[in-house]
Design a protein around this ligand. Sequence first.
Ligand SMILES: *[C@@H]1O[C@H](CO)[C@@H](O)[C@H](O)[C@H]1NC(C)=O
Ligand SMILES: *[C@@H]1O[C@H](CO)[C@@H](O)[C@H](O)[C@H]1NC(C)=O
Ligand SMILES: *[C@@H]1O[C@H](CO)[C@@H](O)[C@H](O)[C@H]1NC(C)=O
Ligand SMILES: *[C@@H]1O[C@H](CO)[C@@H](O)[C@H](O)[C@H]1NC(C)=O
Ligand SMILES: *[C@@H]1O[C@H](CO)[C@@H](O)[C@H](O)[C@H]1NC(C)=O
Ligand SMILES: *[C@@H]1O[C@H](CO)[C@@H](O)[C@H](O)[C@H]1NC(C)=O
Ligand SMILES: *[C@@H]1O[C@H](CO)[C@@H](O)[C@H](O)[C@H]1NC(C)=O
Ligand SMILES: *[C@@H]1O[C@H](CO)[C@@H](O)[C@H](O)[C@H]1NC(C)=O
Ligand SMILES: *[C@@H]1O[C@H](CO)[C@@H](O)[C@H](O)[C@H]1NC(C)=O
Ligand SMILES: *[C@@H]1O[C@H](CO)[C@@H](O)[C@H](O)[C@H]1NC(C)=O
Ligand SMILES: *[C@@H]1O[C@H](CO)[C@@H](O)[C@H](O)[C@H]1NC(C)=O
Ligand SMILES: *[C@@H]1O[C@H](CO)[C@@H](O)[C@H](O)[C@H]1NC(C)=O
Length: 446
Amino acid sequence: MKSFELLLAFVLLVTQTTPFVGAVKPDTSWEKKLWYGPVKVPTNLRKCEVPHASDSADDSAAIVQVFQQCNRNSEIVFKKGVKYNAWNPMNWGNLSSVVITLDGSIHLPNNITDIQSKVTTNPNPPSGGSGDSYDVGAFHGYGQQWWNVNIRTKRPQLATFNVTNGSIAKIKVIKPVAWGFNIPGTNITIKDHFVDAAPTNGTRDLTPSFPFNTDGFNMGGKNISLDGYYGHNGDDCVSIVNGAKGVVAKNGFCGFSSHGLSIGSLGRNGSNHQVSNVLFQDWTMDEAVYGARFKSWTGGNGLAENITWRNIHVNNVSTPIFVTQNYYDQDFGRPNNTANTSTHVNNMLFENFWGTIGPNPTDGTCISNPCWNYVAGANGTQAIIFDLYNGTATNLHAHNIQTKPIGKQYKDTTVICDPATLAPGEQDGLGFLCQNGPFKATSIKR
Ligand SMILES: *[C@@H]1O[C@H](CO)[C@@H](O)[C@H](O)[C@H]1NC(C)=O
Ligand SMILES: *[C@@H]1O[C@H](CO)[C@@H](O)[C@H](O)[C@H]1NC(C)=O
Ligand SMILES: *[C@@H]1O[C@H](CO)[C@@H](O)[C@H](O)[C@H]1NC(C)=O
Ligand SMILES: *[C@@H]1O[C@H](CO)[C@@H](O)[C@H](O)[C@H]1NC(C)=O
Ligand SMILES: *[C@@H]1O[C@H](CO)[C@@H](O)[C@H](O)[C@H]1NC(C)=O
Ligand SMILES: *[C@@H]1O[C@H](CO)[C@@H](O)[C@H](O)[C@H]1NC(C)=O
Ligand SMILES: *[C@@H]1O[C@H](CO)[C@@H](O)[C@H](O)[C@H]1NC(C)=O
Ligand SMILES: *[C@@H]1O[C@H](CO)[C@@H](O)[C@H](O)[C@H]1NC(C)=O
Ligand SMILES: *[C@@H]1O[C@H](CO)[C@@H](O)[C@H](O)[C@H]1NC(C)=O
Ligand SMILES: *[C@@H]1O[C@H](CO)[C@@H](O)[C@H](O)[C@H]1NC(C)=O
Ligand SMILES: *[C@@H]1O[C@H](CO)[C@@H](O)[C@H](O)[C@H]1NC(C)=O
Ligand SMILES: *[C@@H]1O[C@H](CO)[C@@H](O)[C@H](O)[C@H]1NC(C)=O
């Protein structure tokens, strides 16, 4: 997806120690498991309830007031069954040892022009359907109306969770306008996250009502663990951005038209970006454009290293494995890399991929000609596309890749890879023959 500058309007800007956003109530089925669940709250905390005035009035000033009064050693409770109106951007402040229990739901404003004017005055830091059951721990973004009219300017990011030693559990993001949670903090645990960014009246191939830029997470923080994700997204389920170090994201399902489990984009406009120690494990990618994806801009700088995607089940995914160090905006054409730089890649492993490759290379986000994700020669049979910058990607390994084009055979699986771009000796460890042609597994010599 072309990256737009991220604008943050509805900000949960929380710093310091142990905030916990969660919801309580046990259940058994997998999807329900994401919904409710026991959340342990320390008993020594002062309990503060968030008031709700009326269904036709804004609660945001009152919410902020509670956070100011209870910013230390407190449990802040959004009451059960209550639909809070959060019609203004909020900074929940500098908290320490605060648990936020969202037993009700938070409804963001649904007036597009009003939100756009607030986004203008609350700029984001760059980041890199409602039955009753939705209303525990849910943020309602009212994004559908934005998707219907395809407005892609001045959009808010749902929240920035900027915390040290924090956790988020069992939060549901319902019809976000665009990007979901931005995670720049340190020592963060995220459990059982739910995103519904599928349009009610569109399909993944249609542009009208396509949920552009509905990333589940943008993560640029340190030591982050995500365990349990069930999402229908129109962009990356998880995007790991500059600054990220030590991210483990596991046990997830990405449906609708995800753009993958992504690193990047990195190195835009020559930036020096750093990402290291990332593991994606045990994911199902359903009808996604990509499964595992790395994207750094033409002419970037910096380094991404020790990145693993393991045990990835792809179902009708356009390109299960896609790496580009030459990402660019198709609207402006491929820029000249006059400085001859790239964001380097080192030690990247793709291990145990299975399932099917879909014939359609893209989705409803394809609004330029050529399409933003056009790759010469791609024809719906590629398990792997490597678009590398000459000699700057090292120690790449693909091991046990067993994907085949839908309705075809394993022998019909192909790759796109230019051997002239491989660093010296790289072919020996690659695990497949780098060529534009059939996928041919090779033994990995390390
Ligand atoms: C985070 O947790 C560690 C270990 O419990 C503690 O030493 C540290 O002070 C905490 N950080 C903050 C900002 O509270
Ligand atoms: C947050 O509060 C802590 C402790 O009271 C203080 O040391 C710190 O400077 C505050 N940070 C900000 C950004 O206000
Ligand atoms: C939306 O907000 C704008 C600007 O604040 C206001 O002029 C307009 O009346 C609002 N529309 C609705 C339907 O409330
Ligand atoms: C997160 O908080 C830290 C400390 O207050 C601050 O330096 C940093 O800019 C914040 N990051 C974002 C993305 O808000
Ligand atoms: C993160 O948590 C670990 C273990 O609880 C602790 O050792 C470490 O100091 C924490 N890091 C920070 C930056 O608080
Ligand atoms: C990272 O976070 C996890 C749990 O959030 C903690 O157990 C671990 O000690 C932390 N590690 C470091 C190096 O901070
Ligand atoms: C969905 O409904 C909206 C509003 O009527 C309309 O603008 C949009 O084109 C519809 N989308 C599709 C895919 O039909
Ligand atoms: C790219 O970087 C250059 C030099 O740092 C700057 O002048 C220019 O405005 C930047 N362009 C964009 C699109 O950010
Ligand atoms: C590579 O990243 C993974 C996932 O964060 C981590 O467990 C492992 O220790 C890292 N390896 C090195 C050598 O840093
Ligand atoms: C790239 O360089 C060539 C030759 O110098 C020039 O013709 C072309 O316009 C440049 N393209 C861009 C996008 O700047
Ligand atoms: C990459 O570099 C090697 C060695 O410097 C050179 O032989 C090869 O032609 C280059 N490939 C491209 C695509 O520039
Ligand atoms: C698709 O492209 C590959 C090259 O990547 C080629 O080997 C294969 O024959 C093509 N298949 C079809 C059906 O066009």
